[in-house]
Design a protein around this ligand. Sequence first.
Ligand SMILES: [Zn+2]
Ligand SMILES: [Zn+2]
Length: 157
Amino acid sequence: MLTVIAGKEEPVTKPEYASDRKLAGRCLCGAVQYEVADEFAYAANCHCSNCRRTTGSAFKPFAGIGREKLHLTKGDDKLMIFGDESGNDTHCKLCGSLLYSLVRDGTFVHVAMGTLVDDPSIRPAQHIFVGSKAPWFTITDDLPQYQEHVIAGPVSA
Ligand SMILES: [Zn+2]
Ligand SMILES: [Zn+2]
């Protein structure tokens, strides 16, 4: 649930209830809204060309969690799904926002962190697919960088 007061988004959940804390998220127009447990397993900034194109940005900050921990609270008939049940990008079909991607044969979702209303406990911990990073973008933080997936090893210095 999202409460909008004079244009300001009020967080729905409060940190003091951290045990079963839920995070709200929504698309640009508000037609699609979701709730996800604040129990992300990992988070990263992905610089691959697919993430760049689907977001129109230099990279995509995303957080991964089991699919069953994310529920749509509004707009399940307003989705534009690019892909299928084994893997896809799920957008709002009205405003186009990328909300999350279904990955790992449909068992996990990668939430596009820019659509979260509430502040998650997790932070992106690394840059991945730096090997296909946009040349016009410079990484200026100290997070570890990986050529591809984390499992493939760090960028050699
Ligand atoms: Zn929308
Ligand atoms: Zn990517």
